[in-house]
Design a protein around this ligand. Structure first.
Ligand code: GLA
Length: 634
C-alpha cells in the first residue's frame, strides 16, 4: 500500500476518532457508526421547548403527556417526554448537587426527602407507558442563561450555584439523571462552550464565570474540535456506564458547529444540523436544507436532527394545514426525530391528525433506516425517495415555492422500470392510482405530496448503494477543510457559495458524501458518462458498507468530471471484512471509468477506499458510479 503524506494524515486526524498514528484510510473491517442506546429508528415524542421555553412546569408537561396517551399518539410511537431548558434552580454548594425548581415541579418534593428528586416525575411517566428525557449543557451554563431576556426562569444564587451545566460535573450529573432520577434520554446543548467568553454580557455582569469559548458557530478556525469531541465522548461514556441496560438516547445539540457533521454519527444517537427552528416557513427551509442532503450520514442508531416539530404554531398552525403537512412529511422522509413541540391539550384535532398519520410515521420508523435521498432538485421542486425495508419506496414531491407546479414524475426517478406499472398510494388521502413510465401531478405552493410506491426494480437482483444510505457510512469523507460559513446560500444544487478566487462551490460544513450526486451537487459523471445512481465523495475517503447477504459488488470508478484537480491520480480499493478484494489502477480526471466487480459472498462489512496523493481533496471529487450490491454472483 502506498504511503500517504504525513501532513495529510495530521489533517485527517484532527477529526478522526482513531488512534493518533493510524492511517485513517486503512480498513477496519467494522461498522464504526454509533449503535449504542435506543435509536434503531428515530426517537419520537414531545419536548417542552417550542411551546414553553424556560417557563416549563410539571402541569404543562403532564398535560401534553396525558394527551399523547389519550389521543393514541403514544401507541403510534410518541414515547419520549423531554424536559428542555428551565428545570434547574441551582447547583447546591459545596456538594454540587443539582436542585430542581420545586415551585414548578411539585412532585420533586417528597415528604421524607431533603433533596428534591425527579424520580416521582419519571415514575409517573413510566407508569403511563412513556419515557422521560432531560436537558443539560456541555458548558457550565445553558443556552437560556446566555440568551434569555428575563431572569425569571433562570437558576439563581452565586456564580457557582448558577453553573448547572455538565462541564465540571459530567460523572456526577449523568449518574444523577440516569441512575437516581430514572431518565431515559438526554439532550446536551452547547451554548456553555461558546457564549461565555470574558466579554459576554453575563460574564461582565458578574452572573457567570468566563469559559474561553472552544466553539464558534461561524468559524471552524475559532473552534477547538478535539476539545469539543473530547467532552461529548466523556459524556457518552458516562451515559453508557450509568445505563447498564443500554436504554438511553444521547442527543447532541451543537447546530452543526465544531465540524460535528463528520463525527456526531460516531458518538451519539441524534445530532442537530442547524440552529433553532421557529414557526416560520423560511426558517423551516433552512433547517430542512441543513439535513436533506445528508442521507449518508444517518444510520440506525444515529440520525440527523433538523430540530423539533413546530406543528401547532405560526406558519404551521391549524390555518396552515398545507405547511403543517409538509413539515411533517419532510421530517418523516429525512428520518428526523419526531419530537412534537406544541402544548397538546390545546392542539386542534386537524393537527393531531397530521401527527398521528400512521402511514407517514411508518416511513420514518421503517427498520431499514434509510433517510430519503434527493432524486430531483430544481429551485422550487424537490423529489425525495426512500427505500423501505419491505422493498416498497416512499416518494415525496415538495413544492418549496409560492406558485402551483405541474410535475411529471418518472418511474426511472424511483429506480423502477419504465415499462411496468407503478402502484401509488397517497398517504394523506389514501387514494390509489397506478402509472407506467410517468405521471402528471399538480403540487400546490408549499405542498408535499407523499406516496408509498410499488414498482418493478430497475436493478432486479439487488440495490444501489444510494438506495440504502442507512447501510453506507462515510467513515472518512475526505473533507479536510470544513467551513461553517454563515454566508452559505442554497443554490439549485444544494448548498453552495463562492470560494476564494474561483467560483467553485464552497464546502459549507455539511454534506461531503452524497447519494446520486457529486459532493458539490453536480450529476455524477466520469469522462462524460453520467451515472444516475452512485455515491459521490471526495478523494482520500473511506466508506463502510453493511452487506446483508449480497454476493456481488459492482461499480464504475473514476475521478468525477466536477473535479478541478486534473493532475492527481486516485486509486480505488474494495475491502471485505478488512481484506483487500480489488484495487483499480491509478485514475485521473478525464480517464474513462474502470469497472470494478467483486465477489462479496459472506462479507459483513465492505469498505470502499479512494486514495490520492493530493491533500486538496475538495478539488478532487470521485465517483463510485452505479455502485450496487446484487444477490447473484454470476
Ligand atoms: C438551544 C437549543 C434549543 C433549546 C434551547 C434551550 O438554543 O438549540 O433547542 O434547547 O437552547 O435554551
Amino acid at each position: 500500500m502506498k504511503k500517504i503524506k504525513p501532513a495529510f494524515v495530521a489533517m485527517l486526524l484532527a477529526t478522526a476518532t482513531h488512534a493518533q498514528d493510524a492511517d485513517p484510510l486503512a480498513p477496519t473491517g467494522r461498522w464504526t457508526a454509533y449503535t449504542a442506546g435506543r435509536a434503531a429508528t428515530p426517537p419520537m415524542g414531545w419536548n417542552s421547548w417550542n411551546a414553553f421555553a424556560s417557563a416549563v412546569d410539571e402541569e404543562k408537561v403532564m398535560g401534553s403527556a396525558k394527551r399523547i396517551v389519550d389521543s393514541g399518539l403514544a401507541r403510534k410511537g410518541y414515547l419520549y417526554i423531554n424536559l428542555d431548558d428551565g428545570w434547574a434552580a441551582k447547583r447546591r454548594q459545596p456538594d454540587g448537587h443539582l436542585i430542581i425548581r420545586t415551585d414548578k415541579f411539585p412532585s420533586s418534593v417528597a415528604r421524607n426527602r431533603k433533596t428534591p428528586s425527579f424520580k416521582p416525575f419519571t415514575d409517573k411517566l413510566h407508569a403511563m407507558g412513556l419515557k422521560a428525557g432531560i436537558y443539560s449543557d456541555m458548558g457550565r451554563n445553558t443556552c437560556a442563561q446566555a440568551w434569555s431576556t428575563t431572569e425569571e426562569h433562570l437558576p439563581k444564587g452565586s456564580v457557582a450555584e448558577r453553573e448547572v451545566g455538565l462541564h465540571d460535573y459530567i460523572d456526577q450529573d449523568i449518574a444523577l439523571y440516569f441512575r437516581e432520577w430514572g431518565f431515559d434520554y438526554i439532550k446536551v446543548d452547547g451554548c456553555g462552550l461558546r457564549d461565555f467568553g470574558p466579554n459576554s454580557p453575563k460574564v461582565k455582569a458578574g452572573q457567570a464565570r468566563a469559559l474561553t469559548p472552544i466553539m464558534d458557530l461561524g468559524a471552524i478556525t475559532r473552534t477547538d474540535v478535539p476539545a469539543v469531541q473530547d467532552l461529548f465522548r466523556r459524556v457518552g461514556a458516562a451515559i453508557v456506564r450509568n445505563n447498564p441496560d443500554g436504554d438511553f438516547v444521547y442527543s447532541l445539540c451543537i447546530w452543526g458547529a465544531a465540524n460535528v457533521r463528520a463525527w456526531a454519527k460516531d458518538m451519539g444517537n441524534v445530532s442537530r444540523t442547524s440552529d433553532d427552528i421557529s414557526p416560520a416557513w423560511g426558517r423551516l427551509m433552512v433547517n430542512y436544507d441543513s439535513a436533506v442532503h445528508r442521507a449518508l450520514y444517518a444510520h440506525p442508531g444515529s440520525w440527523n436532527d433538523p430540530d423539533m416539530l413546530h406543528i401547532g404554531a405560526g406558519d404551521f398552525d391549524a390555518e396552515h394545514l398545507t405547511e403543517a403537512r409538509s413539515h411533517f412529511a419532510l421530517w418523516a422522509m429525512m428520518n428526523a426525530p419526531l419530537l412534537i413541540g406544541a402544548d397538546l391539550p390545546s392542539m386542534p384535532d386537524s393537527l393531531m391528525e397530521i401527527l398521528g398519520n400512521a402511514d407517514i410515521i411508518a416511513l420514518n420508523q421503517d427498520a431499514a433506516g434509510n433517510q430519503a435521498t434527493v432524486v430531483y432538485d430544481s429551485s422550487d421542486l424537490q423529489v425525495l425517495l426512500k427505500a423501505l425495508g419491505n422493498g416498497d419506496k416512499a416518494v415525496a414531491i415538495f413544492n418549496r415555492g409560492s406558485v402551483a407546479l405541474d410535475v411529471s414524475l418518472q418511474a426511472t426517478q424511483l429506480k423502477y422500470r419504465d415499462d411496468a406499472p407503478v402502484e401509488m398510494t397517497d398517504l394523506w388521502t389514501k387514494k390509489r392510482f397506478s402509472f407506467t413510465k410517468d405521471t402528471k401531478l399538480r403540487v400546490a405552493p408549499r405542498e408535499t405530496l407523499i406516496f408509498r410506491a410499488i414498482g418493478t426494480r430497475a436493478l432486479a437482483d439487488g440495490l444501489y448503494l444510494s438506495e440504502q444510505p442507512g447501510k453506507v457510512n462515510p467513515a472518512v469523507d475526505g473533507v479536510t477543510r470544513p467551513i461553517a460559513d454563515p454566508t452559505i446560500f442554497r443554490t439549485a444544487h444544494g448548498w453552495g457559495g463562492t470560494h476564494g478566487a474561483g467560483d467553485r462551490p464552497q464546502y459549507a460544513g455539511w454534506g461531503g458524501a452524497r447519494a446520486d450526486s457529486a459532493p458539490y451537487g453536480q450529476t455524477l459523471q466520469i469522462a462524460r458518462k453520467a451515472y444516475p445512481s452512485g455515491i459521490g465523495i471526495l478523494a482520500n475517503s473511506r466508506l463502510e458498507v453493511r452487506n446483508d447477504g449480497y454476493r456481488r459488488f459492482t461499480a464504475d470508478v473514476g475521478v468525477d468530471d466536477s473535479a478541478t484537480d486534473k493532475s492527481h491520480e486516485v486509486t480505488f480499493a474494495v475491502y471485505g471484512d478488512g481484506k483487500r478484494l480489488a484495487e483499480s489502477r491509478p485514475l485521473k480526471w478525464g480517464m474513462p471509468a474502470e469497472p470494478v466487480e467483486v465477489d462479496v459472498s459472506g462479507v459483513a462489512v465492505i469498505e470502499l477506499v479512494a486514495r490520492s496523493t493530493n491533500n486538496q481533496n475538495e478539488a478532487l471529487p470521485v465517483t463510485w458510479g452505479a455502485a450496487a450490491l446484487t444477490r447473484n454472483a454470476d
